[in-house]
Design a binder for this molecule. Structure first.
Ligand code: FMN
Length: 414
């Protein structure tokens, strides 16, 4: 019976354990978590979502405070088009986060950064170019482009000296999205180094509609593999979403996947950025406690615990401090939904906004408890302590369980 460790992910001459810990914003997939995956010979992701606030929290910088100070005059205004990111500051924050992570890297694995196109930051192209370039400048091993179509993203960095040496990959949820990407980037003469195929059971945003239940990761992966073979395109295919045991991973590796990307099992690692009390909520969850809803202002469905404080919270939009989801014209679906409620309930002390959530603030404060479909199985991966809590695991324990387990067994902690 095979184990994940019987396979290797090959990038040129480099051989890696074929386990990738997926990016989880905002700083849920911490540097510490990514560094463990790399130390153990796999690939770990950090995320560049809201990187100025991550830098503030970790490195005592003051990017958020400075931005808020600059735009304080606009806080009560419904029009957020004035609120722009300082590109120099954004580059600095990315440098802090990526550079310090890379400096701490040990072992044979790699560290990638997850970049979401949907963080449009009131100037989509300029801010994304800075985020990508600064990550390359700071020595990141690779960039995974996610959440959005990213049709123009490669072109944004085609003149960067590391454009052909860094690993660049893309997350797609359909063959069609991959075909569009390949067509759009054909003139650059540079294929993605890997394609992550994210199915409907993943955490975070989904690349499907509310009919996600009708899709199957196995079928989408097979379709993409078939297409790449027919087109004679040698791009490693990496499925993600609902791969919960080493044996789940082996089933994909045996049918030609180059590696697997996983995340949910690592949400309860001690190196994960979720606060300890939130991790207990993940452990406790049953299947009926999890939903896919449409409250993300990005327009993508998102999976989360129904008890997330973000759901229904009617806080004042915080775009002057954050503003990551403002589109190129300064609009965000939460700002629109919030302002509608203000007009409907002018005297209300506390508003309830059901339709959308202020994702920046709630992700920043770990109040949007996004999670994978199989979160309800996390309780089976650990022991219950005498105080009723579940034992948090080490990233190494989870990683090695994926690497060495057979027969769908899950090793409990010592
Ligand atoms: C808590 C959480 C946050 C996530 N955030 C992001 C994100 O910011 N960007 C992204 O591309 N994917 C995100 N994902 C998706 C993962 O990177 C990964 O592809 C997917 O969850 C794998 O499926 P699994 O969780 O069932 O193992 C997130 C997943 C989880 C569980």
């Amino acid at each position: 019976m095979k184990r994940v460790d019987d396979f290797r992910l090959r990038f040129g001459t480099r051989e890696l354990v074929p386990i990738i810990v997926g990016g989880m914003g905002v700083d849920i997939s911490t540097a510490e978590l990514a560094l463990e995956a790399a130390r153990l010979g796999g690939i770990g992701h950090i995320s560049d979502a809201m990187v100025p606030t991550v830098s503030d929290r970790r490195f005592k910088t003051h990017f958020v405070k400075e931005k808020l100070k600059t735009y304080k005059y606009n806080v009560a205004s419904a029009d957020k088009s004035d609120v722009q990111f300082d590109l120099g500051r954004l580059a600095e924050a990315t440098h802090n986060h990526v550079g310090r992570t890379m400096a701490a890297k040990r072992g044979n694995g790699l560290i990638f950064v997850n970049c979401m196109e949907k963080l449009t930051m009131n100037a989509p192209r300029d801010t994304l170019r800075v985020r990508l370039s600064a990550a390359l400048d700071a020595g990141i091993d690779g960039i995974t482009l996610s959440a959005g179509l990213h049709l123009g993203s490669f072109a944004l960095i085609e003149d960067h000296p590391r454009f052909r040496d860094a690993k660049l990959g893309i997350i797609v949820s359909s063959l069609r999205a991959l075909q569009l990407f390949l067509r759009k980037t054909a003139r650059l003469g540079r294929l993605p180094d890997y394609v992550i195929v994210e199915g409907p059971l993943a955490g975070g945003h989904l690349g499907f509609g509310m009919d996600w239940v009708n899709y199957d990761l196995r079928l989408i992966t097979a379709e993409i593999q078939q297409y790449l073979t027919t087109e004679k395109l040698d791009i490693p295919v990496i499925p993600a979403g609902g791969i919960f045991t080493g044996s789940d991973a082996v089933a994909f590796l045996e049918t030609g996947a180059a590696a697997v990307q996983v995340a949910t099992r690592f949400t309860v690692a001690k190196e994960c950025g979720l606060p300890a009390e939130v991790q207990q909520e993940y452990f406790k969850a049953s299947e009926s406690d999890i939903e896919v809803n449409t409250i993300s202002p990005t327009g993508y469905p998102m999976r989360m615990l129904k008890s997330s404080p973000a759901i229904g919270a009617g806080i004042r939009p915080n775009c002057e401090a954050y503003g990551y989801l403002l589109d190129g014209s300064g609009n965000c679906a939460y700002v629109t939904a919030y302002n509608r409620e203000v007009v409907l309930h002018p005297d209300a002390k506390k508003l309830v906004v059901i339709e959308k959530t202020c994702l920046c603030t709630h992700m920043r404060n770990f109040d949007c408890w996004t999670c994978g479909h199989y979160t309800y199985r996390l309780k089976d991966t650990t022991r219950r302590l005498t105080n009723g809590n579940y034992q948090v695991l080490s990233a190494e324990h989870i990683f090695r369980d994926y690497q060495f387990s057979t027969d769908h067994t899950i090793a409990l902690p010592a």
